[in-house]
Design a binder for this molecule. Structure first.
Ligand SMILES: Nc1ccn([C@@H]2O[C@H](COP(=O)(O)OP(=O)(O)OP(=O)(O)O)[C@@H](O)[C@H]2O)c(=O)n1
Ligand SMILES: C[C@](O)(CO)[C@H](O)COP(=O)(O)O
Length: 240
């Protein structure tokens, strides 16, 4: 069985959320938002170790979360960097030797076991993959002054999520290479692999629940998703 580790990112400032407490620590049904993704990776048999990346000042608080909820797989909480890709690199450095690495936004509370399995399989087969969902809206490209330039072919468009899952050697090499030049506008890890042309990146079905909590209205959406999921779990348990 191949060995997979997970890097969970929680070193962002959450500027678009505008809260005093960084969004990954805001409460969702009495638990920090970060709890939910950590729980999913903790419960997955695919994952041997979790590396949590946090802001330097938040590291003690992260260890408190880890201890309080008894997350056995979190072996490291390391300081992140200025940009998301800097934080990923800090996580990659402590991964050590492993076959597959999951990279996940701590601001996405709802990955699920099926998604972890699908992305693991795809990363093993293709070397690189991203969880994503087909775009539901008509997509238009705009001009800088806000006019419609053209309508895009929706059947080819996907909203990309995390986890993004890679062969470890490949993503480490990609990050090391890109860091030698000037990095601009890199918003995810797949983009680094794409830019360097290292290997094709497979699109894997994520889920429409797997939202990134970015702005205040996303918290309300997340609360509703959580309620629905809890109801569904309860129903399943009643049936058993
Ligand atoms: N330097 C950074 C920047 C982001 N992240 C993490 O990467 C994920 C990306 O989500 P995003 O919404 O971009 O988070 P923030 O950067 O915190 O948000 P904002 O851009 O609004 O400040 C989050 O889990 C965030 O904590 C990180 O670990 N290190
Ligand atoms: C990695 C990501 O969550 C995939 O959708 C996204 O690219 C993060 O980007 P952001 O600019 O930090 O929101």
């Amino acid at each position: 069985m191949k060995q997979a580790k997970a890097i969970v990112l929680a070193a962002g400032q959450g500027k678009r959320m505008g809260s005093v407490v960084p969004k990954q620590f805001l409460e969702l049904d009495g638990k920090p938002l970060l709890f939910y993704s950590l729980e999913c990776f903790e419960q997955s048999e695919l994952i041997s170790e979790i590396i949590l990346v946090a802001g330097k000042d938040a590291i003690p608080f992260c260890w408190k979360i880890v201890d309080h909820f008894g997350f056995q797989k979190v072996k490291y909480v390391v300081p992140g960097g200025k940009e998301r890709y800097d934080s990923v690199y800090e996580g990659l450095k402590v991964c050590g030797d492993c076959d597959i690495v999951f990279i996940h936004d701590g601001a996405r509370p709802f990955p699920d076991a099926g998604m972890l399995e699908r992305t693991f399989e795809a990363a093993d087969t293709y070397g690189a993959c991203v969880a994503a969902v087909p775009s539901k809206d008509t997509m238009k490209q705009g001009t800088p002054d806000g006019l419609v330039e053209r309508t895009l072919d929706r059947s080819t468009l996907w909203n990309v999520q995390t986890p993004q899952v890679f062969r470890y050697d490949l993503i480490m090499e990609a990050h090391q290479k890109i860091r030698k030049g000037s990095i601009e506008g890199v918003t995810d890890d797949s983009m680094i692999v794409e830019t360097l042309g290292i290997c094709p990146v497979k699109l894997v079905m994520g889920s429409y629940d797997n939202i990134k909590v970015t702005t205040p209205e996303d918290l309300v959406i997340a609360e509703n998703i959580l309620k629905r999921r809890e109801k569904a779990t309860l129903k399943m348990k009643e049936k058993e």
